[in-house]
Structure formats: C-alpha cells, structure tokens
Design a protein around this ligand. Sequence first.
Ligand code: PBG
Ligand code: ZN
Length: 318
Amino acid sequence: MRLRRLRKSPRIREVFSDTEIRANKLIMPLFVDENISRPEEIKNMPDVFRLPLGGLVDKVKEYEDIGVKSVLLFGVPNHKDATGSTSYEKNGIVQRAVREIKRETDLAVFTDLCLCEYTDHGHCGILNGRNVDNDSTLETYAKIAKSYAEAGVDGVAPSGMMDGQVGRIRKELDSTGFEETLILAYSAKFSSSMYAPFREAVFSTPSFGDRRTYQMPYSNTREAIREIELDVEEGADVVMVKPALFYLDIIKEARNRFLLPIAAYNVSAEYSLIKSAAEKGIIDLDSVVDESLSSIFRAGADIVISYFTEYILKRTKN
Ligand code: PBG
Ligand code: ZN
C-alpha cells in the first residue's frame, strides 16, 4: 500500500482533503467604542481596530462585500459604574450599533453579553463585597438581553459564566416576545491567560482579583461537559468552547456528546501570537492561519469566532 498516492499533486490533495476552513462559518468580532471618533488600532492585536459608531456601517458593509456572514459585537461605553448600568440602556453603544448594522446590512448580528466592559471594577458581575454575586448578576443579564433583543439582535452570547445565566436569559426573552432571539452560550469558558490582548482592547482587566471564581479551571474536562450539559438543558441554541487552540480536546468531546451546533472562540492571544511571530519572520502567516483554523474545524467546531476572518476572506477573494 502506498499512502503517498493520495498526496501526489495539489489537485489530488485538494480532492481528498476532509477538513475545509469554511469561510462562511467564520464569525468576525467587532469592537465599537463610544469614546473615539476615528478607528484605533488595538496595540497588541495588529490590524484589529476599535471602531467609532460613525465608521461602523461602512466597515461592516465592506465585510459583507468580502463574504462575512456574521459579526459578534463588543462595546466600550463612555461611562462605567459599579453595577454596569450603561450595559442595558436603550441608547447604549452596542444597542445603537445593532440597530445600525441591522438597518444597513443583511448580516447576522450577535452580541457578547457580559458586564466586564461596563463595570468600573472590571468583573463580569455585580459585587457583594469582593465576591461576584451570582443571582443579582442574572437579573442584570436579563435586562441586557432584553435591550439587545429590542435593538434587533439575532442572538446574544452570554460570556460571564454565572450559573443559570442561559435559563434566566431564555426566560426573559420568551416572556417579552423575543422567542426567536438565539442564545449562543459561552458554555465551557476557561479562565485563560489568552484573553489578555482583548482585555486591553476593551479596558476590562479586573481592578482586583481574577475571574477564577466563575471561569473554569483549564485542568477540568468533565466539568466542561457538565457546563455544556446545563446550558443545553437551560435552552442554549449553540454551545461554545473558549479558547479554541489549547482546547481542541474539549471541542472534540463536545462534538461527540452533543447534537447542537458547536462554536469555538479563537481568542485574542491566539491571534496575537501567530500575528506577531509572523511579523518577526518566525513563521509564515498564511500557512499557520490555515493550519490553526483547520485544526479547530477538524476537532468538530461548526462555527469559529476568529479575528482572522477578514484576513481569510480577503485572501480567498484574490
Ligand atoms: C467578556 C469576554 C472576554 C472575551 C470574550 N468575552 C474576556 C474575558 O472573559 O476576560 C475574550 C475574547 C478574546 O480574548 O478574544 N467576558
Ligand atoms: Zn465578562
């Protein structure tokens, strides 16, 4: 037997490859910042920008032209307080961005749903002393979900890792006439050092402590499955594993156990590591982007949130 027959030419390799980077299954994250009037490049994420509301629609239309199908929105508000009250304002930065994008494009719009961009302490929930209080946080998440739904979002993506968040949000959406709003649950979200460039991008580094009382320890597989199981029971439409590259085993395990769509978040430092190594000439950007994204799809992800989305689509267009 000669297995090399299947590798003999680029065309034969293409015909028999079993994993594709599915460009229409990539979600582009977008940062919209209430405090700026021109795009600002994120320091440790070269070629990724925070956008002012004014420039958002043009950029998003450009995305639509190159074949982006969906975006995941993050907001940087102009005011933060202890309870993150700007997160559920009717005219909050994300709510306005959703309305504009839905009015001007046909993109699917998802919004990250969390408090860390809106609280002055940078935690993902409401504090009771130094503790992040689970159940009072759920009430705020419900308000945020409703306000995003009213703005016309296709789906909300709760990322705070509070217990019961999916159930509480589903209940809120269903009881306010938004039965059709999806929930993309950040189900198995690990406490990871790979979010550092993101926190710098949206100014959400906690002012004390860390997120380890709510995000998962990276040592635990079975606990990740329990998290996903609960989100499925609570009514999640899509479950997510985050980060992606160091967690391919979790993606695979989720794929084997669950029937609903599985999303993977190819997070900020996964982007920055590859990007900066390529800029130094250590690796070739194109081939490492391909290899890394192929591994996420091969592990079983149906959709991937990646900062490389724009790059990949522009590249395949040429
Ligand atoms: C908010 C949130 C974070 C990310 C997505 N949603 C940061 C965090 O949990 O600290 C990280 C995304 C990335 O690193 O690209 N909770
Ligand atoms: Zn958060």
